[in-house]
Structures are given as structure tokens and as C-alpha cells.
Write a protein that binds this ligand. Structure first.
Ligand SMILES: C[S@@+](CC[C@H](N)C(=O)[O-])C[C@H]1O[C@@H](n2cnc3c(N)ncnc32)[C@H](O)[C@@H]1O
Length: 329
């Protein structure tokens, strides 16, 4: 980890900074490019430029998850707030631009505190500053951390909450394999503590054409987002590689019920990071992201395996997306 001591980000937002270091990125890139098939972890998509590109993806006509989940939240925020109760402390995993949380915060009765957790520090801090301006009575304690690694929740002086609620929208849970998702939810349950709840946005299987278009848009924004991993390796790791030597690919894998994103090598070539050389054959791919899709009963069963009790579920009229409430018991 780069830093562990809390630093003062501005006069109101005290950032707890556990941002992964460039050395962690280097180790992960070297390990992933040494593997067969080659991989790179999707969490490294999200530097400032990656977050900007993700926000642009959310606006694309092909990217149905964001607008569908927003509509579910808009329609059901009252019921969600009622299930959560007053004076809740909300911990958002992968908070990003912090747009969806606004709908919940507006519906909740006297929310006690908001803890956004994200790996993309500047982007998270900008979103937190916007929320602080719009919700002046809310205590906000941002945490820059990799939520796949252990971290603690910041204590916020003077704040007592009746319940702690995890919020994990965006179908980001689908970026884990099912085994990883169970482990993540179990860790989140321990982190949030007894009596906690969790709201999770989960994408559901559908026509492969809709799925593949959502991850391979006509304007090429998702392609740029995928390629940003290579740009980031050049800039942060001094990697030598041919940016134009790769094309973006999104494919639905029916057997595993996931959309895979790959960077496909257009020629025989090498990526060089320091003394390490990684040869690629023409057509060889670097697997950069999975987005698993779960039907409602499948996700409820998965959540149950992690120790949560699946409770209410909200969906849209076309059953494109689902939002699940989990209770710790
Ligand atoms: C798919 S985006 C979703 C953003 C937002 N929650 C939404 O629903 O639109 C994933 C978010 O999680 C963050 N993220 C991805 N992997 C992470 C990790 N391992 N630890 C912390 N944050 C992560 C990214 O920076 C990004 O903001």
C-alpha cells in the first residue's frame, strides 16, 4: 500500500488513503502477463482516465445497466429506505461518480454517515466533494482502497448509527468469479458487522447481442477503456508496447454466463516491462475483465453461500437488472 495514515483532503473530507502503489500494479501486470492465458486485473482500469471513460460508458445507448439500475432505484428508493430504517451508515463499494447513492440518500431518514470506498482516488474525492456540497448535514468519510484486500472502516467522531448498510451497485459484483464473489460478500459481512444489510446491483443473463453490444459500443468508448490498461502500463510502469497492435473484443461465454473482455494481439509482438519480456502470438489475447450475469434465484443462492440472508429483490419491468437486499441475520 502506498500510504496508510489518513491525510486531510480538504476542510471537510478526511481521506483514508490506502491506494495501491505502482509497485502493486507492476507485480500484478508481470504475474498476469506471465500466466497462460494472459490476464490483467480489471481493478487497474480505474485511474483518473479510466474512471472518466467508465462515466462515458454509462451514458452510451448500448450500456443498459446504468439507466436500468437508476430506474429501479428511482422507483423503489422509498421501499429500500423503509427496509433500511433511520440513521443508517452507508458504505459504498466502488462508489465511482456517486450518482446512484444520491437517490438512496434522498430517500433515507436522517442518514448518519456515508463511506465511499474506491480504488480511483481523485475521481472518488471529486464525487465526495459534490455530495458534501449537496448533503451538508451528512458526514462523509472517503476511503481509497482496493476492496479485495483487508481494510477497516474509518471511525467518524460524533456519529452513531442504527445500522450499517453496504451498497454495491453497477453490477461490479459480476467482475468477480462466483467463488470470489462469495468470498467478497463474506468479507463485507464481517466488515459491516452484526445487524448490517447490503444492497447489491446484479445484472441478469439476456440476449447475447444486447450483452456484447453493451461491452463493445459503436463509438469505441469501451475499446478505449480496455486499451487504457495498456496506456497505464506505458505511463506508470514504463512498459514498451505497441498500442495500435491490439484490438478490443467482448464475447459472451454462454457456458460460464459471463461477458469477457479481451485485448487481442494483431501481430506477433512483445510487451516489455523492465527486464521482463512477454511475447504474444498473432491472435493471442490478454483477458482483462469478466462480467458474470446471474438470474435472481442464482444470485440469492450465491449470497446465501456467503452467509447473508437474501431478502427483498427489485427488478425493472423487462427483467434486465436486479437490486438485492441482503440481511446479515
Ligand atoms: C463498474 S464501476 C461502477 C461505478 C458505480 N458504482 C456505478 O454503479 O456506476 C466500478 C467501480 O469500482 C471501482 N473499483 C473497481 N475495482 C475496485 C477495487 N478492487 N477496489 C476498490 N474499488 C474498485 C472503480 O474505480 C469504479 O468506480
Amino acid at each position: 500500500m502506498a500510504r496508510s495514515a489518513p491525510i486531510l483532503a480538504d476542510s471537510t473530507l478526511r481521506l483514508h488513503d490506502l491506494e495501491p502503489s505502482s509497485e502493486e500494479f507492476r507485480r500484478a501486470a508481470v504475474a498476469g502477463l506471465s500466466a497462460s492465458p494472459k490476464t490483467l486485473p480489471c481493478k487497474f482500469f480505474y485511474d483518473a482516465e479510466g474512471s472518466r471513460l467508465f462515466d462515458a460508458i454509462c451514458e452510451l445507448p448500448e450500456y443498459y445497466p446504468t439507466r436500468t439500475e437508476l430506474a429501479i432505484l428511482r422507483r423503489n428508493a422509498g421501499a429500500m429506505a423503509e427496509a433500511i430504517g433511520p440513521e443508517a451508515r452507508i458504505v459504498e463499494f466502488g462508489s465511482g461518480a456517486g450518482i446512484k447513492i444520491r437517490l438512496l440518500l434522498e430517500a433515507l431518514e436522517r442518514p448518519a454517515a456515508y463511506v465511499p470506498v474506491d480504488i480511483s482516488r481523485e475521481h472518488m474525492m471529486a464525487a465526495a466533494a459534490g455530495l458534501a456540497a449537496d448533503f451538508p448535514r451528512l458526514r462523509i468519510a472517503p476511503v481509497c482502497a482496493d476492496y479485495t484486500q483487508p481494510f477497516g472502516l474509518p471511525s467518524i467522531r460524533g456519529v452513531t448509527s442504527r445500522a450499517t448498510v453496504g451498497f454495491f451497485p453497477g453490477s461490479t459484483i459480476g467482475n468477480f468469479t462466483p467463488t470470489e464473489a462469495v468470498a467478497f460478500l463474506a468479507r463485507a459481512r464481517r466488515l459491516l458487522g452484526p445487524g448490517s444489510m447490503m444492497l447489491v446491483g446484479v445484472d441478469v443473463p439476456k440476449d447475447p447481442h444486447i450483452l456484447e453490444a453493451a461491452y463493445d459500443d459503436a463509438a469505441g468508448v469501451t475499446a478505449a477503456f480496455n486499451r487504457n490498461l495498456l496506456v497505464r502500463m506505458q505511463r506508470e510502469l514504463g512498459a514498451r508496447l505497441d498500442l495500435d497492435g491490439f484490438r478490443h473484443e467482448a464475447r459472451w461465454c454462454a457456458e460460464r454466463r459471463r461477458v469477457e473482455m479481451h485485448l487481442v494481439s494483431l501481430a506477433r509482438q512483445e510487451i516489455v516491462i523492465g527486464p521482463a519480456r512477454f511475447p504474444l502470438a498473432r491472435g493471442e489475447t490478454i483477458h482483462t475483465e469478466n462480467s458474470y450475469k446471474y438470474a435472481v434465484p442464482e444470485f440469492r443462492a450465491l449470497a446465501g453461500r456467503s452467509g447473508w440472508l437474501p431478502a427483498e429483490v427489485w427488478t425493472d419491468p423487462d427483467n434486465l437488472f436486479s437490486v438485492h437486499l441482503l440481511r446479515s441475520g
